[in-house]
Ligand binder design. Structure first.
Ligand code: 5CA
Ligand code: ZN
Length: 480
């Protein structure tokens, strides 16, 4: 694409939807011109962000006893159709492969919308005894869902390209419950590494995963105040074990049904990270996932140009040795045009080095997140850069956390909820009865997001529908 095509300014972030679409294009994250609805193409720059993001996810899973695996994309119809609730939840979203060449297939094959029905027939064979537990596997794959809601890059896809799904097996219901807790903590930690603060809640029963006993979910708040479900952890009880006949021999020699969990994250984690931190100038990336972490801009005048360039190269070599992803922009563009370009790409730190800086033996460091300008002595450039990365990460997180907290509104009646969810998330007492929950959703015109996983449940308040006393508040939000 021509440079000039991308010179146009980004819409202000306040116009979030336009800003988001333009950002993905101008910062070269995703190309939306692929000729199938809901399918998008990763630009190499976007893919580099994906790679570093998923290496955080892999690291945290690997370090907590998970093993990576890979199952087939195609699921035979007879396996897919075994679990009644699961079918009900997914049947309208499945793509079917019905032919091999010109021949109709004996058994139609589903493109996995998620992999329970691919993995669990194998778990039936693999799981033998209590000594096999916990079994904790995960894969990072593409999945296909024929979504009928408005599709959006990184947010609602028909081919989810980066579906991380974990599937665990345990002896008891309680062991599986503990695993769901571990998963929620893991996801919280993943988002902490992305500097993204999150809400954690238990989904109401009518919104749980098809086939699960319950679903705990992680939501991020987007700039427009709507929430995005960026991870879910499901307690599957022994529902799938009964369907797929996954049993184990217990210590007393008895055959028992296993208990299972599954939890998933998709490229929505990248959508949230880019949306929450970005600004009117483009991306703002946490250093850990930035494809370019430092850009060095030589400030060149006729006199002393060679020395400046040599110093820039020396700084680049030293930073590379320290593990920093660093580029020099020695192109012919004016400094202003260079700043624009690298700011759009979210490079966390810009180093400017000119003749006067060399005289003082310093580089001028400019932070992408705050615009702050400071001098770093050249002899300490490695430590100076690395400590600023930490500071940038922390202040991105703190700023996002303050933004989230300022948009959670404790409400006392449904009219107030209706008003506040235009800006963020509302909380309101709920007695826990299904009918009251559904009536509330109906009156508000938005859904109950969930019951916060941790809250002070001691205040006696009243359910706005039936008037019953309750110590529980729920989140209500407009959602993506
Ligand atoms: N088998 C379970 C756990 S892996 C499962 O499929 N859960 S899920 O349906 O809730 O999906 C897991 C996560 O994937 C969701 O929480 C959401 O963050 C993300 N996700 C779901 N559908 C899409 C979609 N169409 N596009 C992008 N991300 C999606
Ligand atoms: Zn009630």
């Amino acid at each position: 694409m021509a440079e000039s095509e991308k010179e146009a300014a980004l819409p202000p972030k306040e116009e979030f939807s336009d800003w988001y679409n333009e950002l993905l294009w101008m910062a070269e994250i995703m190309d939306v011109r692929y000729p199938v609805k809901g399918l998008y193409v990763w630009y190499p720059f976007g893919f580099a962000i994906r790679r570093s993001t998923y290496s955080i996810i892999r690291e945290l899973l690997d370090n907590s006893g998970h093993q990576e695996t890979l199952f087939p994309l195609l699921i035979p119809e007879n396996e897919f159709m075994k679990e009644a609730e699961h079918i009900k939840g997914f049947e309208d979203e499945v793509y079917w492969v019905t032919h091999g060449g010109k021949d109709p297939l004996d058994v139609p094959l589903a493109l996995r919308p998620t992999s329970e029905t691919a993995i669990y027939p194998m778990y039936k064979i693999w799981v033998r005894s209590h000594a096999d537990f916990p079994l904790k596997l995960y894969q990072v794959v593409n999945t296909f869902r024929y979504e009928t809601k408005h599709t959006r890059p990184l947010i609602r896809l028909r081919e989810i390209t980066s579906f991380k799904e974990a599937h665990t097996v345990h002896a008891t219901w309680e062991d599986a419950e503990a695993q769901v807790k571990e998963a929620v903590e893991l996801y919280t930690e993943i988002y902490r590494r992305l500097a993204v603060p999150i809400l954690r809640s238990r989904r109401p029963d009518w919104d749980k995963f098809p086939g699960a006993d319950y679903t705990d979910a992680i939501d991020a708040m987007m700039p427009d105040g709507k929430t995005l479900q960026v991870g879910t952890c499901h307690h599957l009880g022994d529902n799938f074990a009964k369907t797929f006949d996954i049993t184990y021999e217990d210590t007393d020699g008895e055959q028992r049904y296993a208990h299972q969990t599954c939890y998933g994250i998709s490229e929505r984690c990248i959508a949230a990270t880019l949306s929450i931190h970005g600004d009117d100038k483009g991306l703002v990336l946490p250093p850990e996932i930035a494809p370019v972490q430092v850009v060095i801009i030589p400030i060149i005048f006729k006199k002393g140009a060679e020395e400046v360039l040599a110093a820039c190269k020396d700084v680049q070599a030293r930073l590379r040795k320290a593990g920093v992803r660093v580029e020099i922009d020695a192109s012919d563009l004016r400094p202003g045009a260079k700043y624009y370009r690298w700011e759009m790409k979210g490079v966390p730190l810009r180093l400017e080095i000119g003749p006067r800086d060399l005289e003082n033996n310093v580089a001028v460091a400019v932070r992408r997140d705050s615009g702050e300008k400071e001098q770093i002595p050249l002899p300490e450039i490695e430590a100076g850069v690395l400590s600023r990365f930490e500071a940038i990460h922390e202040s991105l997180y703190e700023k996002a956390k303050a933004g989230l907290e300022s948009r959670i509104f404790a409400c006392s009646d449904l009219e107030e909820v209706k008003e506040k969810i235009q800006k963020g998330v509302a909380t309101i007492p709920w007695c826990g009865k299904r009918d009251c929950g559904l009536a509330m959703e109906d009156k508000i015109g938005a859904g109950i997001l969930g019951i916060p996983l941790e809250q002070e449940g001691n205040s006696k308040e009243k359910c706005p529908i039936c008037g019953e006393e309750t110590g529980t508040r729920v989140y209500v939000a407009r959602t993506y």
